[in-house]
Design a protein around this ligand. Structure first.
Ligand SMILES: Cc1ncc(COP(=O)(O)O)c(C=O)c1O
Length: 461
């Protein structure tokens, strides 16, 4: 079995620095007189540009920023904290498009076999990189379609309700597309969404979900539960769920467990295979930086891909490669996740994805997560010093329970703050009714970005 390691040599040796933390933001105490923020190990987060610069100098991943095109504001790089919505363009993405257009011009239909990356097997050029990003074997992943489409296809395979087992447990406040997908799947099978869908909500007065409440709901519905389908990271609060534990709980009562990893892929260290996740899907336009509307991806655990009884809707690209062009009746799926593909690869939509995965091939998710831990911790610590703006950070304070996103819930003036950030060259995103999400992305954001945002907010009248 090719099980992907998540460790790849970093770009350059780790620099020696007294600032390689990790600092746990929960332990930080701010000393305003000295602009020093200190944790209980006497290591320092300082609210100064010099400190931010030193952190950037010590950052083994800082060169990766140069691989991206950063939008401009008044002649300077914007502070781009919106990778949770649309990641930045890799500089070399354009070369990948040029290559495909040139191969099309040169070879016409022969490009299916003659192109630099032959289109016949184009989807395979993503597999190895994706196995490292999500912790899977090569049989378990494929890049295809888009996220909601994939969610439906996977639910057709893995949500097989009967009169006894038909319920789905999901998070309250999931992304609307997921709500609609689940609602319509339930109706498609003839059930009532109000009865079949159980939503786990934060407790009264809280913003994030207790894992013990997920566990209690699973136990309570142990005889009627067909599927637990959660986001990996909730899009609104930035809460990361304990996928491994959810899977264990679901399996212990005879249910399956699947995940929408839109906000987790390329953000958190994942081990989908080892955690025995049944299925998952994601998009590649957020942390995977593959462009607007870019191709999605799926994971199906090998125990299902090799099971001939696992249902998948048929199409020629999911059919056994050896007999694909015999044009005969009888769908014979390959024994891998590729069998969920129906159509041939959308090459011109996928070229930027390959460009982006080149960058991920050079870095380990572990190193990214480590930087994320520091960068988001720094952002959180500085934001907490801003007392004249009335907001609360609703993202979990423990780095284990979040990725690189922080969600700021405003009690007042949220929209004004958002506009102020934008006017000053900080791109964040606004979520109704009153949340600003900021995502310091370890691949291209710097500690200086974080500090500059802090100054902009501090100086807002
Ligand atoms: C968590 C989540 N699920 C689903 C979607 C919908 O994705 P798509 O438009 O690719 O189907 C999004 C889009 O941002 C999302 O964030």
């Amino acid at each position: 079995m090719h099980y992907a390691s998540t460790c790849i040599t970093p770009l350059r040796p780790r620099k020696k620095s007294s600032f390689i933390l990790p600092l746990h933001p929960a332990f930080c105490i701010f000393r305003p007189s000295k602009n020093i923020i200190m944790n209980n190990d006497e290591k320092l987060y300082k609210a100064t540009m010099n400190f931010a610069r030193e952190m950037d100098d010590a950052d083994i991943l800082s060169d990766f920023r140069n691989k991206f095109l950063i939008p401009q504001h008044e002649g300077k790089d914007v502070i781009y904290f919106c990778g949770n919505s649309l990641g930045l363009q890799p500089k070399h993405a354009i070369d990948y498009y040029k290559q495909e257009l040139s191969d099309w011009a040169t070879y016409g239909v022969e490009g299916h076999f003659q192109a630099k990356r032959p289109w016949f097997s184009y989807h395979k050029f993503f597999t190895e990189s994706l196995t490292k990003i999500v912790g899977a074997t090569e049989k378990e992943v494929v890049a295809m379609n888009t996220l909601t489409v994939n969610l439906h296809l996977l639910m057709l395979s893995f949500y097989k309700p009967d009169k006894k087992r038909y319920k789905i447990i999901m998070e309250a406040g999931a992304f609307p597309s997921d709500m609609y997908a689940m609602e319509t799947q339930v109706r498609f099978h003839g059930f009532d969404p109000d009865d079949a869908i159980i939503e786990i909500a934060p407790r009264k007065g809280e913003h994030t979900i207790h894992h013990s409440d997920i566990e209690a709901a699973i136990k309570k519905n142990k005889n009627s539960l067909a599927l637990v389908l959660f986001g990996g990271v909730n899009y609104y609060t930035g809460q990361y769920f304990d996928l491994k534990h959810i899977v264990e709980m679901a399996h212990s009562v005879g249910s399956l467990a699947g995940f929408d990893l839109a906000h987790a892929v390329g953000n958190k260290v994942l081990h989908l295979h080892d955690w025995k996740v049944d299925f998952a899907c994601w998009c590649s336009y957020k942390y995977l930086n593959s462009g607007p509307g870019a191709v999605g991806g799926i994971f199906v655990h090998e125990k299902h891909t090799r099971n001939p009884d696992t249902f998948r809707l048929g199409g020629w690209w999911g059919h056994d490669e050896k007999t694909r062009f015999k044009m005969k009746k009888g769908f014979k799926p390959t024994k891998t996740a590729e069998s969920w593909q129906m159509s041939n690869a959308q090459v011109l939509n996928m070229a930027a994805h390959r460009a982006s995965l080149d960058i991920f091939d050079e870095v380990s998710m572990t190193d990214l997560a480590q930087k994320s831990y520091d960068l988001t911790g720094y952002a959180e610590t500085l934001l907490k010093q801003i007392t004249h703006l009335k907001f609360e950070i609703i993202t979990p304070p423990n780095p284990v329970d979040r990725g690189c996103q922080l969600s700021l819930l405003f009690k007042s003036k949220g929209r004004e703050v958002f506009d102020h950030l934008q006017k000053n060259g900080v791109i964040a995103d606004w979520r109704e009714p009153n949340v600003i999400r900021i995502a310091p992305v370890p691949l291209y954001n710097s500690f200086q970005d974080v500090y500059t945002m802090y100054e902009i907010l501090k100086n807002m009248k």
